[in-house]
Design a protein. Structure first.
Length: 198
């Protein structure tokens, strides 16, 4: 008979499962992963894995929630790192790129691979709303301070769309013959900022 785990141990096991699953996503994409192959990597039977995640869809949703929360933690830390609004904006951009570079599979699950059709759970909606707030709050602060003018949400989306587009182009190897990534990044951010200045 299997030993009963504490709630904390269950959370640790689930985190371990998600970490292995993210490695599979990074190599094969979310459609190609299976609970059986993840269980094999863990040295488990598929039945043992089903005790923690009843389906692939449930596991992918848990991975998306965890990814959004880790992303939000990083962006919120960058937000809190300085009171200077321009420095805060740069710190948030740096943190965004750090996440995209160091957590590739998580980034793709959040932004590149849409979830399967169906209603999102309240927990996934909460995680998505939190990460959206982290990417709009600093712009709203800049608008309130008179540094930028216009709809804070639209400006934030322009920043995000530009940075995300550059990240995805780099992932696809489409920037190899272009100016350096940082040159493109700063030029794009500068142009959006100039367009949004009062």
């Amino acid at each position: 008979m299997a030993a009963l785990l504490t709630d904390e141990q269950v959370l640790e096991v689930r985190a371990r499962i998600r970490a292995v699953a993210e490695r599979h996503v990074a190599v094969h994409g979310p459609d190609a992963i299976s609970l059986r192959s993840i269980a094999a990597d863990l040295g488990w039977t598929a039945a043992a894995l089903y005790r923690y995640y009843a389906s692939k869809a449930q596991l992918l949703e848990a991975m998306r929630i965890a990814a959004h929360d880790r992303f939000s933690d990083l962006i919120e830390a960058a937000h809190a790192s300085t009171d200077d609004l321009w420095d805060r904006s740069r710190a948030i951009g740096d943190a965004y790129l750090e996440f995209a570079e160091t957590e590739l599979a998580a980034y793709q699950l959040m932004f590149a691979y849409p979830p399967e059709q169906g209603e999102k759970s309240a927990e996934l909606q909460r995680a998505e709303q939190r990460s959206n707030r982290t990417l709009t709050l600093y712009v709203r602060e800049m608008v309130d301070a008179g540094l930028l003018a216009g709809d804070a949400e639209l400006i934030a989306h322009a920043y995000w769309a530009s940075l995300h587009g550059l990240v995805m182009l780099r992932m696809a190897g489409k920037l190899d013959n272009s100016p350096a990534f940082e040159t493109l990044r700063h030029a794009a951010m500068r142009m959006i900022t100039r367009g949004a200045r009062p």
